[in-house]
Design a protein around this ligand. Structure first.
Ligand SMILES: *Cc1c(COP(=O)(O)O)cnc(C)c1O
Length: 378
């Protein structure tokens, strides 16, 4: 059996090695390392794929979030609502900018932002909502947009884990994740659904004025050479990464399909199994399975984690501690009951190997071992 890995980047590379190697060599030959024509091409390629007006590449997915918040001209004390169950980047940038993060609960079944919690958390100080399309499926954007419109709030979609996912509106039309709110952000970290070979990120918007502002902020707030209109940052997608992404982007849909096939295999194997809840796919989104995350309901998640490790099956706990209980983000007077679902999920979730090169032999081996543990037959 091929060695099991949480993410197998090498198999993916081997399939397109010659093109990737050439794409890197091309940038070196042209010495177009920063803002080369490859970056311009990628911007257009990704805008076409997402059907969005503007793509602004940047250094990574965390910068993408930070730059988005900077562009909205929020003031210290303004409240930004995001989820308690996500990677730190989402809340980190809110704090860094002196804004007030308001962490709220997620839904137990989708791991995504709870609309009831969102409605309750909105105050006169709320300026923006940052829904995260966690593990590869979209948050309930229609409900979010409705609340945002009612209260005049910006919506920044953190699409780091869901690039290529489709949101399905009630009228049947679809839009790509990240192109629905005011701004969308993503990451090209190597293990993401569309990963480059280093750090990379991008911001999307259909708003011309915002696109102009965002672009300037990524480049020191400079709109005309050596004239600085706003305080900016230096955050760029380099040409080598952009050209690697030019090769990989046409494969994204197939990569996501491979993930969906692996997920279908897992779902089938664990269907009706006691103590295991398989991930659900919402009616309003497809799922591109950045992670395949089970809920273990018999209190033995940690034992399963250890057992699988002993069998050399990589697995991970995304995420082990809710953000509201992290030292850096602790808040005063927290009512734990408001975080019932995240507090539950951190004890139940376990993510199994998920990538584009899992074969049947590997999947069968993983499934067999999980079932052995659950049925106590190991
Ligand atoms: C990976 C990730 C980010 C940050 O992306 P980087 O490119 O690593 O900075 C932000 N949000 C979520 C939900 C992520 O998974």
């Amino acid at each position: 059996m091929k060695k099991l890995q949480m993410v197998d980047l090498n198999s993916q590379y081997q399939d397109i090695k010659e093109q990737i190697d050439n794409s890197i060599q091309q940038v070196i030959d042209q010495t177009s390392f920063i803002n080369g024509p490859q970056v311009q091409t990628f911007k257009q390629n990704l805008a076409d794929y997402l059907n969005v007006k503007h793509v602004i590449p940047c250094g990574n997915g965390t910068d993408a979030l930070q730059i988005s918040l900077m562009a909205l001209n929020l003031q210290p004390g303004d409240e930004v609502i995001t989820v308690d169950f996500t990677f730190a980047a989402t809340v980190e940038v809110i704090k860094l900018l002196g804004l007030t993060p308001v962490l709220i609960d997620v839904e137990l079944d989708t791991f995504n932002i709870s609309i009831t919690a969102l409605e309750k958390a909105i105050t006169p100080k709320t300026k923006a909502i940052v829904p995260v399309h966690l593990f590869g499926q979209c948050a309930n954007m229609e409900a979010i947009l409705k609340l945002a419109k009612k209260h005049n709030l910006y919506v920044i979609e953190d699409t780091a884990q869901a690039l290529g996912a489709d949101y399905i509106f009630t009228d049947g039309t679809t839009k790509k994740a990240g192109t629905i709110g005011t701004i969308g952000t993503t990451s090209f970290f190597p293990s993401k659904n569309l990963g480059c070979y280093g750090d990379g990120g991008a911001i999307f918007t259909n708003d011309d004025a915002l696109a102009h502002t965002l672009k300037g902020i990524t480049n020191h707030g400079m709109y005309q050479k050596y004239y600085y209109e706003v305080v900016g940052v230096n955050s760029r997608l380099d040409s080598i990464q952009a050209n690697i992404l030019n090769i990989k982007l046409p494969h994204l849909d197939n990569y996501n399909k491979a993930r969906q096939q692996a997920a279908a295999f897992y779902n089938h194997a664990f269907a009706n199994c006691p103590h295991i809840i398989t991930p659900i796919t919402s009616t309003f989104s497809n799922h591109v399975f950045h992670q395949y995350t089970l809920r273990i309901t018999n209190g033995k998640r940690d034992e399963l984690h250890e057992y699988l490790k002993e069998q050399n099956i990589p697995n991970a706990i995304y995420y082990p501690v809710p953000l509201h209980n992290q030292k850096a983000y602790k808040q005063e007077n927290v009512i734990e009951e408001n975080y019932h679902n995240t507090n539950t999920l951190v004890q139940q979730v376990i993510s199994l190997p998920m990538h584009t090169a899992l074969d049947t032999e590997q999947l069968e081996f993983i499934v067999k071992n999980v079932l052995n543990f659950i049925n106590n037959t190991y």
